[in-house]
Design a protein around this ligand. Structure first.
Ligand code: SAM
Length: 241
């Protein structure tokens, strides 16, 4: 786990030997399951440690002075094999985490790894964001909604903002195009009750590209008609009328 250790030190994210043991277990399970289930295209040790684990942990850089993820109700939408939610949960065990994922085999893996890592207060659901966003048990219930590599931002905000309570926040992990994506999503963000807070650039050990954390505050209720039916946000992304 040397790449991860070096990368985390560069981001000033302290990792204990317990964290590294748990993440090694996670890496091994991902590699074993991937032989059968094609959970992720990134399968080598270095790739998993940097592009999956460290990139997920970089969400901690979104926190401001005095803020913590522990104790917060967090939803990770389109989590795939658990990113970014599960590495964050390993470092901040007090997170109350919901993982949602549209592909059933990935949810089976999530249930396995949650059990293997002995994690409490984590639920993995086979569900679409559009369905959960209209469910009163989930709509406007979360302190944070996170997502990485799920959809272009004008679509993604329709998945995420309905799930966040007023005063909560969206965190979208994006690549080099983040500033342009934010511009394209500007109308959708405001229409859905959000306000862009800031973009945090992130440099990961050994990677040339600049990644970005896009932070959006939920400042007003999302109009009831959003999210629209499953598939509609992606088919007809929200744009200014
Ligand atoms: N977030 C993970 C990561 O960064 O490794 C997975 C990224 S993968 C490219 C995108 C995932 O989002 C897929 O597993 C897909 O099934 C899921 N997904 C896409 N649209 C979704 C939706 N509307 N609701 C729930 N999951 C969705």
């Amino acid at each position: 786990m040397q790449s991860l250790k070096t990368g985390a030190e560069a981001l000033r994210i302290p990792l204990t030997s317990e964290h590294l043991t748990a993440l090694r277990k996670y890496q091994e399970a991902l590699q074993t399951w991937n032989e059968q289930f094609n959970l992720t295209a990134i399968t080598d040790d270095e790739g998993i440690q940097i592009r999956h684990f460290l990139d997920s942990l970089s969400c901690l850089l979104a926190l401001e002075a005095g803020e913590r993820f522990s104790g917060q109700r967090i939803i990770d939408v389109g989590t795939g094999a658990g990113f970014p939610g599960l590495p964050l949960k390993l470092l901040c065990p007090g997170i109350r985490l919901t993982l949602i994922e549209a592909t059933a085999k990935k949810v089976t893996f999530l249930e396995h790894i949650i059990d293997q890592l002995g994690l409490d207060d984590v639920i993995a659901r086979h569900e679409r964001a559009e369905t959960l966003g209209q469910d009163p048990r989930h709509r406007a219930r979360y302190d944070w909604a996170l997502a990485r590599a799920v959809a272009d931002l004008p679509i993604l905000v329709e998945y995420l903002l309905p799930l966040v309570k007023i005063g909560g926040r969206v965190l979208a992990q994006k690549g080099e195009d983040a500033p342009a994506e934010v511009q394209r999503a500007d109308w959708a963000i405001r229409h859905l009750g959000g306000r862009v807070r800031k973009l945090v650039p992130v440099h990961l050990h050994g990677l040339a590209e600049t990644r970005h954390l896009v932070l959006i505050d939920k400042v007003a209720a999302t109009p009831e008609k959003y999210p629209r039916r499953p598939g509609i946000p992606a088919k007809r992304p929200l744009t200014a009328p």
